[in-house]
Design a protein. Structure first.
Length: 69
């Protein structure tokens, strides 16, 4: 199945959920990633229940702290 991840076309196996996609794409620091699916930020509890569809758009977001005051 073809989806777009962070602006790039990707292929994933058919009928995969968000956790399956993160595994399949070998996502770095998957425990700390925020997932936006078709413009909607998902709660981590939704990752197992949310199944991807052809042409979905996924953004993987990492929030970082740091800097000085």
């Amino acid at each position: 199945m073809r989806i777009t991840v962070n602006g790039k076309p990707r292929e994933v196996s058919g009928r995969v959920n968000i956790n399956g996609m993160l595994d399949e794409l070998k996502t770095t620091d998957a425990l700390y990633v925020t997932v936006q699916l078709n413009g909607v930020i998902l709660e981590r509890e939704e990752f197992d229940a949310m199944t991807l569809s052809e042409n979905d758009t996924v953004e993987l977001l990492y929030f970082m702290g740091g800097g000085s005051c």
